[in-house]
Design a protein around this ligand. Structure first.
Ligand code: A2P
Length: 273
């Protein structure tokens, strides 16, 4: 006589987590606009990263999961991990990811990486962080890193978005940093924030390319022109923005750095799709 087949328990029907992947619970989700949201997940106890790095994340799937590179936006000491994401209606990952709720699982590959790190920069005096859109994310981690303020006398964070609503994430970051237990005091004297919009009227308007070209950026902040001896630059935004800013930075005499060979500027492409 054949034995009855036992009913699967909840554990048995849960998807097997692939090797080298953490399955982490979503702690909170906040939607800013119909194009932008942030979410936080529990941090695996053994997970370490350097401020500015990205990690591959995806949704649990029995088939081949789709992973995308996401910069970590939270501090390297935080017990949660924060991501800031665009929502692309037909995007292979974000069309589904935008519906996540607290309690859901996110799959995260165990190895963070990236070049938007202070290790890839030579010592300097001024550090410029140039961000557009979700490219502000890695700077969320970097401006909370004490090492950044120890290495540089001043840090200038720029944030360019289409409209004011899209600046919200960066504005909150710049406002909240004063209360940061580790870097609040240093940030108060060393960090400057320069938000601009390109499509909605605001106090400061224009693409950074234009604001650099016509000198407005340096004039607004009462800064001298770029100097390869003392200035370092981190760039994170769309491919076009990255290339256009890179062209200007190189024209000023700065050379690109990497983890293996630190230099005067580094670039990371903000995630899209
Ligand atoms: P614009 O509104 O003139 O396109 P997006 O939301 O498309 O990722 O863009 C984010 C911000 O980056 C927008 O304000 C956009 O300006 C700006 N931007 C796009 N391309 C460039 C570029 N090549 N150089 C500088 N800024 C750019």
């Amino acid at each position: 006589m054949t034995q009855p087949v036992p009913m699967p328990t909840t554990e048995q029907v849960e998807l097997a987590v692939p090797t080298g992947v953490f399955s982490q619970t979503v702690v909170s989700v906040e939607h800013y606009t119909d194009r932008l949201f942030k979410f936080r997940i529990e941090r695996p106890a053994s997970f370490r990263f350097r401020a500015g790095e990205f990690v591959m994340i995806g949704l649990p799937s029995a088939d081949k999961p789709i992973y995308r590179a996401y910069s970590i936006a939270s501090a390297s000491w935080d017990d949660e991990i924060e991501f800031y994401s665009i929502k692309v209606p037909n995007g292979p990952l974000t069309s589904k990811l935008q519906a996540i709720q607290p309690g859901d699982k996110i799959w995260m590959r165990a190895k963070p990486t990236g070049t938007l790190v202070t290790d890839a920069l030579l010592p300097g005096k001024r550090l410029f962080m140039i961000a557009t859109g979700t490219g502000i994310a890695p700077f969320g981690s970097l401006v909370r890193e004490p090492d950044v303020y120890d290495r540089f006398d001043s840090v200038i964070l720029t944030n360019t978005c289409r409209d004011l609503a899209e600046l919200s994430y960066g504005n909150a970051l710049a406002n909240d940093i004063a209360d940061d237990p580790l870097v609040g005091e240093q940030a108060a004297t060393q960090l400057r924030y320069y938000p601009t919009t390109t499509r909605e009227t605001s106090a400061r308007m224009g693409r950074m390319t234009q604001l650099i070209d016509d000198g407005t950026f340096f004039k607004d902040l009462n800064l001298g022109a770029l100097d390869p001896e003392t200035d370092r630059v981190m760039i994170c935004g769309s491919l076009d923005m990255n290339l256009d800013i890179k062209q200007r930075i190189e024209a000023a005499g700065l050379h690109e750095g990497s983890n293996a060979r630190p230099g005067q500027f580094v670039i990371e492409r903000a995630f899209v799709g």
